[in-house]
Design a protein around this ligand. Sequence first.
Ligand SMILES: [Zn+2]
Length: 143
Amino acid sequence: MSVHEHLSEDALLDAVYGIAGIDREAHLRGCAECGRRFSEWQETRAAAAESVEIPVEFLAAQRKKIYERIERPSRKQWLWAPGLAAAFALAIGVFVYHPAAQTPQERRAEISDTQLFGDVYSMEQSVEPAAAAPARALFEEQQ
Ligand SMILES: [Zn+2]
């Protein structure tokens, strides 16, 4: 870095955190413009790092409220819970229960395997693979 170039923002930030190189430190000492920017950044950093004072009265009042809640928990907030649970149960029941959907399943269960294979083979007879012939003969014998 030449002496005539001012420090970049990254270099200035490094200097604020004390990790700039020796040449940058030398530039800061020799250059009024960079020295001014460095001072501004240092003040900004110090202001941001300043701890916020919380009044003792506020903390005491907060602690008192916490102890009150521990000793006397509010029951009001759970009054709606049984109603909500009932509403959920009803909603789930409505969502899951489909009387119309059960009828085809029951009808399907009544179809025996023999009948199913017979139907499938009658539909697919023209393209029946040779290996399936013994299995078909098995089912045809049972009927
Ligand atoms: Zn400079």
